[in-house]
Design a protein around this ligand. Structure first.
Ligand SMILES: NC(=O)C1=CN([C@@H]2O[C@H](COP(=O)(O)OP(=O)(O)OC[C@H]3O[C@@H](n4cnc5c(N)ncnc54)[C@H](O)[C@@H]3O)[C@@H](O)[C@H]2O)C=CC1
Ligand SMILES: O=C(O)C(=O)Cc1ccc(O)cc1
Length: 370
């Protein structure tokens, strides 16, 4: 069994960095986790729940003391940190890994590092959500999810094993591939769908202005396919620019597919349209089932409440009476004018279930999960 890392510096204790800290703490409590983040409240929250042991204040000083640096920031920031570390006079070996959604650009830079103390292993845990910040971090976020590793050419198998040992608590499935393979695959299954989801929301907005009922009639399918459009725009801007070549090619392909469908529709080509839907259904039905845990737990419960003063206090009162804490509460929409919908976010799935039972049985509310 390889020795794991003693002192780990995590830069970016948001959704992904925070979730990694929680899972490292679970399996490797002996590792000292030092968090750094531009957002102080993320750090304070992480320290409060012991996801990290210390808050770092001086990046260079912390890098000099660390055995492992985990860069969990948006892709472009990760590139800057890597360049900065390469310039430091390190007295001992430092392993660096990242979690960025693209791998080509970062691996291109990693292969040019001149500091012989550095070993870089690209990483991408293939699970997450549209939420951001430590508040959304979840110890089970990566369970059963693929965790892609792209070690740079000089990294030994033993170093990769050490990283995997530290990340054992993620219960992710580690898989190695080249950065080019990674960016091609994620371009198709993650980045292009993200563009399409956001474009669908934008497309819908044109009609919302003319016919406001559009928003209210947007049914489950529209919600399912556009959930990811709620993600952080800065993070996705970095992802698109960092996978530009793949995405330009894929978008051209997509345009061709749209042009074909348009043509079938203009010609009212019933058989071809049917075949298109039938083959898409077959392909979708044949996707491997996701085991529990690989489905991100958003821990949200949606509660329909009559639009009366005091109704929110009644809901929170029922929960407080049973000692169930909320991590967030949002009023998200009005339905049929006399109802509003509350989005309640809990710490874990267990609290969601307790809240569901309390609010439906005792409170008489209509509740649903998405
Ligand atoms: N959101 C998701 O579902 C997934 C995201 N990723 C990748 O993980 C990385 C982080 O994403 P999330 O955790 O979702 O974002 P996040 O916004 O929840 O966390 C990023 C954190 O980095 C901090 N940060 C940004 N610039 C900084 C700087 N210069 N110095 C110090 N801290 C800085 C932010 O304050 C924030 O707390 C991104 O590279 C993203 O591509 C990978 C897998 C899934
Ligand atoms: O919310 C979702 O379903 C996602 O797809 C999250 C996600 C975002 C970025 C990634 O690089 C990987 C996963």
């Amino acid at each position: 069994m390889s020795e794991t890392f003693r002192r780990v510096l995590i830069v970016g204790t948001g959704l992904i960095g925070g979730s990694l800290c929680l899972s490292i703490k679970k399996e490797c409590p002996q590792a000292i986790l030092v968090g750094m983040d531009a957002n102080e409240s993320s750090l304070e929250e992480a320290l409060k729940v012991r996801a990290i042991d210390e808050i770092g204040t001086d990046f260079v000083a912390e890098v000099l003391k660390a055995d492992l640096l985990l860069l969990c920031t948006p892709v472009k920031q990760t590139l800057s940190f890597l360049k900065e570390v390469d310039k430091l006079s390190l007295m001992r070996p430092l392993v660096i890994s990242d979690v960025g959604s693209t791998k080509g650009e970062i691996m291109g830079l990693a292969e040019t590092l001149t500091n012989d103390q550095l070993s870089f292993i690209g990483g991408h845990p293939m699970a997450g959500s549209h939420k951001s910040g430590f508040i959304a971090a979840d110890v089970d976020l990566f369970e059963n999810a693929y965790y892609v590793l792209t070690p740079s050419s000089t990294v030994s198998a033993e170093t990769v094993d050490r990283l995997q040992a530290l990340l054992k608590g993620t219960r992710g499935k580690f898989v190695e591939m080249t950065a080019a393979e990674h960016d091609q695959i994620t371009g198709v299954v993650s980045h292009l769908p993200h563009i399409i989801a956001s474009a669908l929301v934008k497309h819908n907005q044109v009609l919302v202005k003319q016919l406001p009922m559009t928003k209210k009639l947007a049914a489950g399918g529209f919600r399912d396919i556009t959930r990811i459009a709620s993600s952080d725009p800065a993070m996705w801007t970095d992802i698109l620019l960092s996978n530009q070549e793949v995405l330009v090619a894929e978008m051209k392909d997509w345009q061709k597919q749209m042009a074909d469908i348009l043509n079938w529709l203009e010609r009212a080509d019933k058989q071809t349209i049917f075949d298109f839907f039938a083959s898409a259904k077959n392909a979708r039905d044949a996707l491997p089932q996701r085991k529990s845990g690989a489905i991100p737990a958003f821990n949200d419960l949606f509660v329909q409440v009559p639009d009366h003063p005091g109704e929110i206090a009644k809901v929170t009162g029922i929960l407080a009476g049973a000692n169930v804490s909320l991590t967030n509460l949002k009023i998200i929409e009005n339905r049929e004018d006399i109802f509003g919908t509350l989005q309640l976010t809990f710490k874990n799935q267990q609290d969601v279930k307790i809240a569901f039972n309390l609010l439906t049985k005792d409170g008489g509310y209509t509740c649903y999960e998405k």
